[in-house]
Design a binder for this molecule. Structure first.
Ligand code: ATR
Length: 284
């Protein structure tokens, strides 16, 4: 990589950030397309967020990703937020447009592409979404364009109810927010087509945990876990044993990056190169 005075700078801000795979994924794409650009990780604590955003703007950084814990708190610090990210209430991608910082959210599109790539269509489907945090909101607002029914189950019931209410205000599908417990899961999974885990349950190092008891998974159902560390979560291993179709978190990770890359550069990045880079990063 040749760095000179014209090199465009991109990056990700978050805390913790050391384990982010985004630098590996984006730099692999820049290299393949021979773009004079570099992508770095910046550890930014919540107390430094406002200063960091001002700094990124004054330094003329071309674009950056936003991750935990800043996806929501960054919104008032941006000049503009696109309508989907505004509805979601969270931003994961920022583009510097002639000195103005514009926020987007590419998580939902990433999830949609991941399902599509695995041959899963959302049309006329009943989707059960577990979790009601930032990632869940992004998926819910994107899936609501296609699905027939959306059930949101969350440990904190109020968040599920609120998310369901904002979905039903904006879209015409059947939607319900419920507490995450075995009774509601039993009821809703009986006739569900797609189950999506958006919680961190099962994520490294708690790899023995699962948000869904194995007995409630039905053969033929699609089970999508957005957790990518490990790729084969306990939920997905259980689902496979029960005869469900499983989709892991790798494709969503890559496709949210693909979408961000497109927003920043206007170019379609080499998706295969980004997949390989992400897999390499996961092994490190
Ligand atoms: P993200 O941006 O990754 O979605 P988040 O906004 O912090 O992160 O959301 C985390 C989600 O995981 C929430 O739905 C959270 O449930 P609560 O709203 O009740 O906090 C869910 N979650 C995290 N740990 C959980 C656990 N042990 N059991 C059930 N749900 C859990």
């Amino acid at each position: 990589m040749k760095i000179n005075a014209k090199t465009k700078v991109y990056g990700v801000i978050g805390d913790p950030i050391e384990h982010s795979l985004s630098p590996i994924i984006h730099n692999a794409a820049f290299k393949k397309l021979k773009l004079n650009a570099v992508y770095l990780a910046f550890k930014v604590s919540p107390t430094n967020l406002a200063d960091a955003v001002k700094g990124l703007k004054s330094l003329g950084v071309s674009g950056f990703n936003v991750t935990i814990p800043h996806k929501i708190s960054i919104i008032p610090l941006l000049d503009e937020v696109d309508s989907l990210a505004e509805k979601i209430g969270a931003v994961n991608t920022v583009k510097n447009v002639d000195g103005k910082l514009v926020g987007y959210n590419t998580d939902g599109e990433g999830a949609l592409k991941a399902l599509e790539e695995n041959g899963v269509s959302l049309k006329n489907k009943k989707i059960v979404l577990v979790g009601a945090g930032g990632a869940s909101r992004a998926l819910a607002f994107t899936f609501a364009n296609y699905a027939e029914e959306l059930i949101i189950l969350n440990r904190t019931e109020e968040k599920a109810i609120n998310l369901a209410a904002s979905i039903s205000k904006n879209y015409g599908l059947k939607v319900k927010g419920l507490r995450l417990n075995e009774e509601n899961l039993t009821l809703e999974l009986k006739d569900a087509d797609i189950l999506v885990n958006t919680t961190s349950v099962g994520m490294y190092p708690n790899i023995k945990e699962t948000p869904i008891p194995k007995k409630l998974i039905k053969p033929g159902m699609v089970v999508f876990d957005i957790v990518y560390k490990p790729l084969k979560t306990r939920l997905l291993r259980d689902a496979k044993l029960k005869g469900a179709k499983v989709v892991d978190g790798l494709a969503m990770l890559v496709y949210q990056a693909v979408k961000a890359f497109e927003i920043w550069t206007g170019l379609h990045p080499p998706v295969n190169v980004m997949f390989k880079a992400a897999l390499r990063g996961l092994k490190d």
